[in-house]
Design a protein around this ligand. Structure first.
Ligand code: ATP
Ligand code: MG
Length: 340
């Protein structure tokens, strides 16, 4: 059962809440209240212990009954994001880092494609993280992230991230064996240490104007199975299929345990996790764009103010441009000879 429906946590304000069976009726009636105002409900509450499998329903769609039902809000959300990103870019002070984590076929790629479809590509950087190269393994595990962090004014998306270091590396110990850490530092407490290191790293980022948003696209095992089968059955999706993904699926439970531990240790007030239901891609997109917009709106972004000196310079430039003769001369008509 979804935490949002079980009343697992007390709601601060029932009007604002998606939580709790008592508010189920409120949810269904409040179509006008956009998801953007209710994103807190998707957040993993810092300092609390969550149960990923019991509390979060991958099929949850809020008060939306269908894709069509959510379509207008998605379009508005994408437009709002474009506007926010313009201001972020113009202001050139804050940056936004979005970490996307998920099991295979949860829809990371298509979420990026849809959610970012309205934004100026110049202001977005996407980095996909793969198995570390030999050069990367020759450094500490955060090293490869530094140069990929978003520039000020930009949105950076990490498609997988440094969180793989407490997920795949935890599930497959051979990855840890390959890391050239000194033996005494590979003890059992390594995961706790990594959580702390990551929390500190994210605190450093936010203290320096890089806002950190973290999304887990929560797909169910059954939906993953269906999506893999589609990749096999539909020729235009064959290219997406990887036999390795089916092997990885065998470790589903170990991954869920690792994810749960990760949420319980790294959802912090400065960089919270959002668990996004991912069995319905249209809801995933709406939820992600809503959280991003909510976060950017909280920054109260604005186009930079023009100083009196700059205003004077604009006025002068305008006068000069207007005085300049237009290079396009009016076409002179040849006088026609009038033949009587
Ligand atoms: P898609 O399958 O949609 O293209 P993907 O993110 O699964 O997207 P892949 O190239 O299939 O991309 O897989 C990347 C692999 O790299 C994943 O299996 C991931 O677990 C692995 N990976 C990423 N970071 C690390 C890391 N630090 N250590 C070990 N493996 C990692
Ligand atoms: Mg993959």
């Amino acid at each position: 059962m979804n935490r949002l429906l079980t009343g697992h946590l007390p709601a601060a304000n029932p009007e604002d809440s998606l939580r709790g069976a008592a508010y189920h009726h409120v949810q269904r009636c409040s179509m006008a209240v956009s998801l953007e105002k209710r994103v807190n409900e998707l957040r993993v509450p810092p300092g609390r212990q969550i149960d990923l499998r019991k509390d979060y329903d991958p099929g949850y769609t809020g008060h939306y009954l269908s894709k069509q039902d959510a379509q207008d809000q998605l379009v508005t959300g994408i437009q709002n994001l474009a506007e926010q990103q313009n201001k972020l870019f113009a202001q050139d002070t804050w940056a936004l880092l979005i970490n996307l984590q998920a099991m295979d076929a949860a829809g990371k790629d298509s979420t990026i494609k849809h959610v970012m479809s309205g934004v100026n590509p110049q202001g977005v950087q996407v980095k996909s993280y793969k198995v570390p190269s030999a050069e990367e393994l020759d450094h500490d595990y955060l090293w490869r992230n530094f140069l990929e962090l978003p520039h000020r004014g930009n949105i950076g998306i990490f498609n997988r991230s440094y969180y793989e270091e407490v997920l795949v590396v935890r599930v497959h110990k051979e990855f840890l064996d390959r890391q050239q850490l000194p033996l005494p530092l590979k003890g059992r407490d390594i995961w706790e240490r990594r959580y702390e290191e990551i929390n500190n790293f994210e605190k450093y980022l936010t203290d320096n104007g890089i806002i950190v948003l973290k999304f887990f696209l929560n797909v169910s095992k059954e939906t993953q199975r269906k999506r893999f089968l589609e990749r096999i059955d539909q020729p235009d999706k064959n290219w997406k299929f990887s036999a390795a993904d089916v092997l990885e699926r065998r470790h589903w439970d170990a991954y869920m345990d690792a994810y749960e531990q990760m949420f319980n240790h790294t959802s912090t007030p400065w960089a919270p996790w959002y668990i996004i239901p991912a069995d319905h891609k249209w809801f995933t997109r709406l939820a992600v764009v809503s959280v991003i917009n909510h976060t950017l709106e909280g920054l109260k972004l604005a186009y930079p103010e023009v100083s009196p000196e700059q205003k004077e310079a604009l006025k002068k430039a305008k006068e000069e441009l207007e005085e300049e003769e237009s290079p396009i001369q009016p076409v002179r008509r040849k006088k026609r000879k009038i033949i009587d």
